[in-house]
Design a protein around this ligand. Structure first.
Ligand code: FAS
Ligand code: PHB
Length: 394
């Protein structure tokens, strides 16, 4: 079998790239290790930046997102029992974010791909990416006990942090930067009305909490928990009780509890692998970087990688120019490091670091107190949260 672009991974990165390539008449085959249902079962991101919204529209899959997505013009920061609203609209000159779950983004992209009759091979085992340092890269995989080979012009490594693509690059050819945080996020999904119409990020002496949502009937909550914690240690009742202890009185009274639909613990890390290009192999999304989810950047950063890579591939095929491909890594990494910085900074500001001593909580509260009483302080939060403009600093 042969294609122009072999995409490894059918998460949001791979599916969005496949859909954009299709709009430009460029052929791509997606190879995915899991089943489609398994991919959809993973509960992840919830907040889309405008650049991601625009890309969904460009890929022709934005209809349901605009019908069901919730436009948010602000969010609350809670500390010392007080809530302070970050007015995104006012602070960024009219920009906002949209609450629309990654599961829905993935569903829309999967359906569009299937409707267009495009090839996605699910449950592709033992995927190998080969000869990507030559002009004739190829991918092999096993399916139903048979080995298959896919010849291609380019390989897009959209296979996430634990994927095969980055792992196939010789260690001497890349440099990895990593920071692992001493805690995780225990997430709970429930069919209950959100505690507030916007998100609440809470810095409490007991630890971080986040009140988010998927719709006005489905809520998503997170609690900072020690890395040693296990999801089986947490009954729903324990979760709701701890969440109340980390919120202010009003939210505690508003909180509607109910049975969890999903409960899981995600580790937090900052990670970047440089570069993102290895001749005919390109890394995009979590395959190349990870951010702690505090700044809601993970999915949005994946989307901008895909935008840069799609623009470069389209330029290669339609304009016979390789300029975009040659600049992909440098351009994407500039934006990646800006998002890594904000995600790290916001994580340091909002989470409890017991090993840093009680003074750390006092310093965090002092910094928060300054930020929410300073327009420039709130603006630095707002402009990063909605996503820096694509031409920022260029
Ligand atoms: P993904 O990991 O989503 O997709 C990679 C795909 O490649 C997967 O389907 C995988 O099965 C497949 N794959 C892996 N190895 C393969 C192989 N060898 N062969 C074929 N296929 C292979 N971001 C936020 O903004 N907010 C959040 O709250 C948030 N929460 C998260 C919680 C968790 C537990 C995790 C892990 C991430 C979270 N993220 C969050 C970040 C997340 O949303 C990612 O940024 C997003 O999934 C990135 O999408 P992809 O790059 O497509 O990678
Ligand atoms: C979510 O709704 O899953 C979510 C929202 C904002 C974040 C992280 C996760 O910063």
């Amino acid at each position: 079998m042969r294609t122009q672009v072999a995409i490894i991974g059918a998460g949001p990165s791979g599916l969005l790239l496949g859909q954009l390539l299709h709009t430009a008449g460029i052929d791509a085959v997606i190879l995915e290790r899991q089943s489609a249902d398994y991919v959809l079962s993973r509960i992840r991101a919830g907040v889309l930046e405008q650049v991601t919204i625009d890309l969904m529209d460009e890929a022709g899959v934005g209809t349901r997102m605009h019908q069901q997505g919730l436009v948010h013009n602000g969010f609350d920061m809670l500390f010392k029992g007080q809530r302070h609203r970050i007015n995104l609209d006012r602070l960024t000159g009219g920009r906002h974010v949209m609450v629309y779950g990654q599961t829905e983004v993935t569903k829309d992209l999967m359906e569009a791909r299937q409707l267009a009759g495009l090839t996605t091979i699910y449950q592709a085992d033992r995927v190998q990416v080969l000869d990507f340092d030559t002009d004739h890269p190829r991918v092999t995989y096993e399916k139903e006990g048979k080995t298959h080979e896919l010849a291609c012009d380019f390989i897009a490594g959209c296979d996430g942090f634990h994927g095969v693509c980055r792992a196939s690059v010789p260690r001497s050819a890349l440099q990895e930067y990593e920071k692992v945080y001493p805690f995780g996020w225990l997430g709970l999904l429930s069919d209950t009305p959100p505690v507030h119409e916007e998100l609440i990020y809470a810095n409490s002496p007991r630890g971080f909490a986040l009140c988010s949502m998927r719709s006005m009937n489905r809520s998503r909550y997170y609690l900072q928990v020690p890395l040693t914690d296990k999801v089986e240690n947490w009954s729903d009742e324990d979760f709701w009780q701890e969440l109340r202890l980390r919120l202010d009185q009003e939210a505690g009274q508003q909180l509607v509890t109910g049975p969890s639909l999903e409960k899981s613990i995600a580790p937090l890390r900052s990670f970047v692998s440089e570069p993102l290009r290895f001749h005919r192999l390109f890394l995009a999304g979590d395959a190349g970087h990870i951010v702690p989810p505090t700044g809601a950047k993970g999915l949005n950063l994946a989307a901008t990688d895909v935008k840069y890579l799609f623009d470069a591939l389209r330029e290669h095929y339609l304009e016979k120019s390789s300029a975009g491909l040659n600049h992909y890594s440098e351009t994407a990494l500039k934006r990646i490091w800006r998002a890594e910085r904000f995600s790290w900074w916001f994580t340091q500001l909002m989470h409890r670091f017991p090993e840093a001593g009680e003074i750390n909580q006092k310093l965090q509260e002092a910094e928060l107190d300054y930020l929410v009483h300073s327009d420039s302080g709130m603006r630095t939060i707002a402009e990063n949260y909605v996503g820096l403009p694509l031409n920022f600093g260029l």
